[in-house]
Design a protein around this ligand. Sequence first.
Ligand code: DGL
Length: 259
Amino acid sequence: MSKQPIGIFDSGVGGTSIWREINNLLPNENTIYLADSANAPYGLKTKEAITNLSIKNVEHLIKQDCKLIVVACNTATTNAISLLRDQFSIPIIGIEPAIKPAALNTQTKAIGILATKGTLSSELFHKTTDLFASNIKVVERIGEGIVELIESGQLQSEAMRSVLKRYLQPMIDVNIDYLVLGCTHYPYLMPLLIELLPNHVKIIDSGQAVARQTKVILEKHDLLNSTVAKGDYQFFTNGKTEVLASLLDNKFDVEYLNF
Ligand code: DGL
């Protein structure tokens, strides 16, 4: 049972930022990663469409005998996680923007959140923001076009630099000291973000927290892989294999799969 893989999915290549954290913490776990790039971006779709795509991905991973699912996508989590948990009996872990630590630690009483339209308009996101950030300034910004640029291999492009500049300026104007990355594609923007933001702004995401939670839940269900050998890591995409491979530093084989 414990040798079964952990299944991880995202609307595309961004969830590899979460796979990296899980793999750092639990290198001996077998993993299967699904990039639903043919359907990216999820962020512009309806809640119903996001839910249906998420169900399709989970069903595929369960068919591959996964013991636990990580929804490595803020948009899918904030729109579909409760339905997924209702529908499937295996443990499902999601990811949400790290509003709580930013809101608790801000000194300037202003934080920025960059996420997809689907995440920022979700009920779950509003609940969390109301709960933890009602007494500070929260500058929300839809990262329009960012996922598309990353999915088409234009991570380090002039186009990326110019959209980021535009999205960050209103946050810089109100002196944020935390920027919350509310989309799993965005950790790959780190070098550009560091360059464009004032030095005092801390950039946070939920990747490590998700990896820790994955470990806790595996332990709780007695599902941790006890082997000391390195895991077997499989990567599948229904989009461009070379984009997924490049975000994995071309260290792993990536297979095209029509799922
Ligand atoms: N990585 C997804 C997320 O965390 C991107 C969503 C999209 O495809 O728009 O929200």
